[in-house]
Design a protein around this ligand. Sequence first.
Ligand SMILES: *Cc1c(COP(=O)(O)O)cnc(C)c1O
Length: 356
Amino acid sequence: MEIRIQEAEPGHMPRPESDDTLGFGKYFTDHMFLMDYEKGTGWHNARIVPYGPISLDPAAVVLHYGQEVFEGAKAYRGQGDAIFLFRPEKNIERLNRSAARLCMPQLEAETIKQAYRELIRMDRDWIPRKMGTSLYIRPTMIATEAFLGVKPAIRYLFYIIIGPVGAYYPEGFKPTNIYVTTEYVRAVRGGVGEAKTSGNYAASLLAAEKAIAKGFTQVLWLDAVERRYVEEVGTSNIFFLLDGELITPPLTGSILPGVTRDSVIHLARSWGIRVSERQIGMDEVIRGIESGILKEVFGTGTAAVISPVGSFCYQEKNYTVAGGGTGELAQKLYDTLIGIQYGNLEDPFGWRVQIG
Ligand SMILES: *Cc1c(COP(=O)(O)O)cnc(C)c1O
């Protein structure tokens, strides 16, 4: 695919002061990738242009009916200035599954990979150097057709924006305290919970705001039908180390199939740990805490990699997980994943892709 390039003026976008003040989602690089889709024509007009606002018709379908999908991935700077991606094809497959669920067009994996390579190489000096920092990649597809009617649009914009992000836990892990909501649900089977689409996140805000107001870090989501089985924590998948078994809820349609989740399952199995994708109810979690057989709980996702859970509040009662610290397995998974991602450890599963 031919990508037209328009270079930004030097200093086009504000630079972070240092790798220590990056935070998350605050900085964007000088350039962005865009391409257009029209029914009948397909994807065309691929271009890399200076980062900046895009203009949309106020009747654009995305603004009214939420036809949008996105992804979240990272590029890592390794030794000798190598640039690595982590399992990029998994994110591209998921983007296409999300798009199919929202009746949006499919993307060619090769096109996306080429766009990643060219965009990231152009803005490679934006990739931070400090361990734990990275370049966040946000591919996004929106329905741009100006039409007020509930039907799939015939015109779309796909774009990729990238930006440096900080280490999630610059001073080591900080276990989270979690509010288990029985009032709200994130997603239902048969809905769009397994798609990375904007409405899921808008729908989660109120529960999270209420939990934060009560002093908690995040919400734990239960299944929408019985409000009993654990689904996810905030915008992460969740794992429980219970009586030697590593348990994560199965992908039955309401759960986002995380790339980190899949990687944790593979790593843990390769270490001889029994891993089960099965339902786990809050009653089992509480019994595990009370009897002491629940040793670890952690969330998994691209942003934080591994996020240990220190305590739960369930039905207005507080429960501390195994002393509230960071478990051994969470630490080992974190060290191994970032070791692979930054090129400091062997990559037994072939997950790392060097692009520069
Ligand atoms: C993105 C996301 C995850 C984590 O997926 P990764 O591929 O591991 O980053 C989990 N849950 C939700 C709701 C998400 O949006």
